[in-house]
Design a protein around this ligand. Structure first.
Ligand SMILES: [Fe+2]
Length: 242
């Protein structure tokens, strides 16, 4: 397959070249973070499905896939002592963690200029109500690709087994996203995710979620575990609260 066939029109070659430039950075990030790599892959797959639901063009979907894969790359520059703490974070540590989207944007800025990729990295923790970070954008100020990645990121975090939480069922994860639609998450993105779920055999927005739960389900009910090990801070990456 030629590079044109793989990446689309010749105009997309810049993005392809930027993807290659980012390869080393991504490998550096994911080499020591298997959980992060799996999460990033799943977020990218789901974000692309959501992008298709908005009938976005192919080159935008490619950019969304790249941005979703690298959305948390800023964690490379957050001290490991903070990321891997086995306890609840202090407010000062939280402040550091909340810099990871901006850190990621700065990190990739010499390598990539594509606005979709950059927006997914910088604004995937912005909220529709303006209470997100790092720039406190609100509503349509947040580009659609970033809103898509935010929803995919939250869904994947909910259905995945983490050290600090039992995995949600697809239905429970969607219910939580619906509850937060219009405040934390873009309501239309959530609506289209629900539609994807309904149109998918078995009712899974992401069919791989079922197999993940089957193999990694915690020996508890669907209620999130209170045990906290590494990355305890990630448990607060979603939810409608302040
Ligand atoms: Fe993040």
């Amino acid at each position: 397959m030629s590079i044109q066939e793989q990446y689309g029109p010749i105009a997309d070659l810049r993005l392809a070249r930027e993807k290659l430039a980012l390869g080393a950075l991504a490998r550096r990030y994911f080499a020591h973070d298997f959980e992060g790599r799996t999460h990033a892959r799943n977020v990218a797959r789901l974000a692309v499905r959501l992008g298709r639901a908005f009938s976005l063009p192919r080159h935008d979907l490619i950019a969304i896939a790249v941005g979703a894969t690298l959305h948390d790359i800023g964690k490379l520059t957050v001290p490991a002592a903070v990321l891997e703490t086995p306890r609840m974070l202090t407010s000062a540590e939280w402040a550091v963690v909340r810099t990871h989207p901006a850190r990621g944007d700065v990190l990739v800025s010499p390598l990539i200029r594509h606005p979709i990729v950059r927006s997914a990295i910088r604004w995937h923790h912005e909220r529709i109500d303006g209470r997100g970070y790092p720039d406190r954008l609100s509503g349509p100020e947040i580009p659609l690709p970033a809103r898509i990645v935010a929803v995919a990121d939250a869904y994947e975090a909910l259905v995945a087994a983490r050290p600090y939480s039992a995995p949600r069922s697809a239905a429970a994860a969607l219910a939580e996203l619906v509850e937060c639609a219009g405040s934390q998450f873009d309501a239309e993105c959530v609506r289209r995710l629900v539609a994807i779920d309904r149109s998918t055999s078995g009712g899974e927005a992401d069919p791989s979620a079922r197999s993940r739960r089957a193999t990694r389900r915690a020996p508890t009910t669907g209620v999130r575990s209170t045990s906290r090990t590494s990355r305890a801070w990630s448990a607060s990456s979603f939810g409608c609260g302040p």
